[in-house]
Design a binder for this molecule. Sequence first.
Ligand SMILES: Cc1cc2nc3c(=O)[nH]c(=O)nc-3n(C[C@H](O)[C@H](O)[C@H](O)COP(=O)(O)OP(=O)(O)OC[C@H]3O[C@@H](n4cnc5c(N)ncnc54)[C@H](O)[C@@H]3O)c2cc1C
Length: 466
Amino acid sequence: MYDVIVLGAGPAGANAALEAADNGLKTLLLDEQKVAGGQVWRAKSKSILKAPSTEASEKGDELRTKINQSAIEVKFNSRVWHIEKQDDDTWLMASDAEQLTAKALIIATGSQERIIPTQGWTLPGVIGLGGATVLFKEHMMVPGRRTVVAGNGPLVFLVASEIIRLKGTVAAVVSLNNRIDWLKALPSMLSNPSLAWQGFKWIFKLYKMRVPVFWQHGINKIEGKEKVEGVTVIKVDHNWHKSDQAEQYIPAESVCYGHGLMPAIEATRLAGADHHYDELLGGWVPTIDKYGRTSVSNLYACGDNAGILGVSVAPMRGRMAALAVLEDLTGKKHNKKDLKIFDKAKKIGLAATALSIPRSGLQSFITKDTEVCRCECISRREIEHEIKTGALSPNAVKSGTRCGMGPCGGRYCSESLALITQHISKKTRSEIGLSTARSPLRPVALDDISNEIDYDKLPIPGVSPL
Ligand SMILES: Cc1cc2nc3c(=O)[nH]c(=O)nc-3n(C[C@H](O)[C@H](O)[C@H](O)COP(=O)(O)OP(=O)(O)OC[C@H]3O[C@@H](n4cnc5c(N)ncnc54)[C@H](O)[C@@H]3O)c2cc1C
């Protein structure tokens, strides 16, 4: 049995594991990826190992070296699909076909993309903004020859500038945020000048390359028969409702599209922790104290899954959660100096997340025929019918339509479903709530979760007496 298992080896989880192991706790660090680094410090694939390093790849290499030199036990390529608390106050996790137990569990599963559908969003050639960063970091590839980058939040500009760095063509940037939204975020971002400078460089690079930037616009339709051929963009009002101004057509081969990040809370929900809705932190978050203690004993959350604050605070949040575990398991006190640094750094994260908060008008992009649940092919029309005939909770819509019952387990469509429900019922997100948390946390193949079976050893019942 471990003292602590850390689920997720991104900047938060890996630093939690380092702090725990440095303090003598028997620590297991686990991730479904091949190596540590998470989303932002993702390792390069073998085919691009010799490519020039970037700041993110260097930070990732540094982290991986520290882990290799530590006493942490690691388990990569390992997908956790079930978590439960056992009677004797230990945690049990199922990772592929193995069961692991620990006295304490730190969940550092990061974030996931928020993608609110528009017409044509399921065409080949459309990928999420976060997904695009995976292509850049792991494979140094661009999504297509001519790409429209659209949505809201800082990832829009990061993705566009990365495409240019990798010699791709950005046909246009379509930003739901306007320049004033960015100016409002500036004072908080300036408390970390290097981050603010980075944001400025992204936008400057686009203007220098004469990339058209459509401020306060959204993609009304992604056009194409078999794959993306172009997009039509439309001006939006302050709440991101589509305006009645004329649309503009932009030819393109691919679209990178997204609406910020949301905390990945399936694991803390399955483990039974209390959650609440906080749009400033990116949506539903586990209710935690400053050190990451959840409402369930010996369960901790750190990193973006505990609220989207970004990579600049993730390592600190990880270390703080590990110190809380240390205190709770051994009684060893630690000094509280981290808290002050954390409060300052948090401001920057909150400013970036503010640019990503979806506004009410975003639901107007989901037309009646637009598929909301891609896994089960459920359109807005079907969802609206269900809501208007009395299904006001996500569970009710799910059982009536199968929305959210496919392989993604509702991770992608739940947000659109909530926006549509909110639009019709005028209820708050807290009132609408979430559907019930269920295993498996991620899709797993039955073959992966069953142990090897020796069929010759299976007991064969005797012939039943006549
Ligand atoms: C797709 C994507 C791309 C992003 N790209 C960038 C970027 O380029 N720049 C930037 O500044 N920010 C980016 N972000 C935001 C960035 O992830 C965070 O700010 C930062 O990495 C947070 O660190 P973290 O440790 O909290 O989470 P993460 O870095 O996301 O780490 C979480 C880890 O948990 C693992 N995990 C989750 N669930 C399971 C499970 N069930 N079983 C096993 N392992 C699991 C994941 O594989 C991952 O390695 C991106 C986010 C996403 C979702």
